[in-house]
Design a protein around this ligand. Sequence first.
Ligand SMILES: [Zn+2]
Length: 121
Amino acid sequence: MHEISIAGAIVDAVLDAAAKNNAKKVNEVFLEIGELTALNPEQLKFIFGTITRNTVAEGARYNIEVIKPLIQCRKCSYRGAIQFFEKLHFFLPVIKCPECGGTDVDIIAGRECCVRKIKIT
Ligand SMILES: [Zn+2]
């Protein structure tokens, strides 16, 4: 359930941005969540709904875009997706290059967890 602490940090960022822009209400929040974070978007939305009660973000809609992982292999220069996804549900797998099997890879995408924009009134 690491969703709760992450949702808290996201809501803090949203409320902070809303306050800086003198928002009366936050209508919509656009988020990017990398698939490697193993966060559950539905669970996040539920937590947002709960913890934004009595704030300007109460009742806001959440658009969550799930970002597919992308890696770059340092050994063979493969750049692209990783294949292992049936294992993700059990927990974070070892990330390997599908071309050469190397584990010396850079994760280019898939670990995002950020607020892309908010719509306020
Ligand atoms: Zn490789």
